[in-house]
Design a protein. Structure first.
Length: 242
């Protein structure tokens, strides 16, 4: 389907194109929740199992996204956002100009952040798995923490990049990640083609994650409660000793 033309009052014609399919959007927001929750619970002995549950979710989501990067829709495919470092620098430079470069899918700088986040997600998840199973000792545990913190830094860069591009293109890119649509009067948008929605794949992905969460909470629930009360008792005993 060609980009749909709509009219914006006083602004000539504005094209609207569906860029992000449902699976990419479901993946994105579930990754935000899972990374955020795993990071926040990382230091807590009491919530260790929930931290691990979100860690496995991150690994599962990224495994899906890698597969979708090969078989997914147009803008979800890795081949649509393979850009060299020079293209990334040129894009960043163009943001300050009067006519910033416009890209329908991921821009060249954003693509680097996306690849970095996918790689850091895999590395953080795997080092967490090794730590949980006591392979590699303190060094691997330390590495797990370093990777998680590096990932957080890249997330800040990513969000700053999304804000900068949104301002430069006068377009709310965060909203596009919710609705799937990008709007704009750039040539690239006018000439582009909408992606199919693929809602069933998105629903299957969301269902798999929800079932995994419910199953983990039902099976691990008693252990989590037992552990948290043990941790509370140990903490109280420590406080009493002090
Ligand atoms: C609330 C803050 C966030 C906002 C507003 C946001 C927004 C976006 C937007 C607009 C895109 C598309 C970028 C583009 O137009 O090229 C994107 C892509 C992406 N974001 Fe975020 N993001 C947020 C937080 C995060 C976090 C916390 C993570 C990782 C844990 C993350 C990981 C990703 C990934 C991996 C992609 C690539 C999506 C794909 O192609 O599958 N984002 N984000």
């Amino acid at each position: 389907m060609k980009a749909q033309m709509t009219t914006a009052a006083g602004n000539g014609t504005v094209a609207s194109v569906r860029v992000w399919d449902v699976p990419v959007r479901v993946f994105h927001w579930l990754l935000v929740i899972s990374f955020g929750a795993a990071y926040l619970l990382g230091d807590s002995e009491r919530w260790r199992q929930i931290h691990v549950m979100f860690g496995y979710t991150v690994l599962g989501l990224i495994a899906f996204r890698i597969l979708w990067g090969f078989v997914g829709t147009r803008y979800a495919r890795f081949t649509s956002f393979l850009h060299g470092p020079r293209a990334a620098l040129r894009y960043v430079g163009s943001l300050a100009s009067r006519k910033p470069e416009h890209h329908v899918g991921h821009n060249p700088a954003g693509s680097w952040a996306v690849y970095a986040m996918l790689a850091l997600g895999v590395a953080t998840g795997l080092s967490g798995y090794l730590t949980l199973n006591e392979f590699g000792g303190d060094a691997v545990e330390e590495l797990h923490e370093i990777l998680a913190n590096t990932w957080l830094v890249v997330v800040f860069v990513h969000v700053a990049g999304v804000i900068a591009s949104s301002v430069a293109h006068r377009e709310n890119l965060a909203r596009a990640m919710l609705t799937g649509y990008k709007r704009g009067d750039g040539e690239s948008i006018r000439a582009s083609v909408s992606s199919p929605r693929r809602p069933i794949v998105g629903v299957l992905l969301a269902s798999a994650v929800l079932i995994f969460w419910l199953g983990s909470l039902l099976i691990g629930g008693p252990t989590i409660i037992e552990r948290s009360s043990q941790a509370t008792m140990a903490q109280t005993a420590e406080d009493d000793d002090d």
